[in-house]
Ligand binder design. Structure first.
Ligand code: THU
Length: 136
């Protein structure tokens, strides 16, 4: 669960972060905003590369930044994603798998679209049957 106030702020920060995206190859800027348990908000942008495979998505940039700063799996509370898209912009499958590593299945993922609407889904909804363990 996330409060309306937190949700609004995350959406605003994610949208603002689009302006910082480094997306000269796709011209598809994406911004993310990751809410942590202590109410810190971590920025995320897509960072592209001339060798396309080296590109990092906005969601992963935010999550890797949080982990780099010393936050841990249980600290990640919600993430918003924004881009200039007509429909809701969902995280790619690589980002979903990174979320599986660090986020609870109940974590709200706030998808947005150009007209300002938002839709909140959980990680479990985005990744049913997640690969999350190498137990044999
Ligand atoms: N991208 C993201 O940053 N997040 C998403 O949710 C979808 C895709 C980026 C990767 C690449 O820089 C550009 O958008 C086009 O795929």
């Amino acid at each position: 669960m996330i409060s309306e106030k937190n949700k609004k702020e995350l959406i605003a920060v994610a949208k603002r972060n689009c302006e910082k995206a480094y997306a000269p190859y796709s011209n598809f800027p994406v911004g993310a905003a990751l809410l942590l348990a202590d109410d810190t908000i971590i920025d995320g942008i897509n960072i592209e590369n001339v060798s396309f495979g080296a590109t990092n998505c906005a969601e992963r940039t935010a999550i890797f930044t949080a982990i780099t700063q010393g936050y841990q799996a249980g600290d990640l509370k919600a993430i918003a994603v924004a881009g200039d898209t007509e429909d809701y912009l969902p995280p790619c499958s690589l980002c979903r798998q990174v979320m599986v590593e660090f986020c609870d299945g109940s974590m709200p993922i706030i998808l947005t679209r150009r007209n300002g609407d938002s839709k909140t889904v959980t990680l479990d909804e985005l990744v049913p049957m997640a690969f999350d363990s190498m137990e044999i």
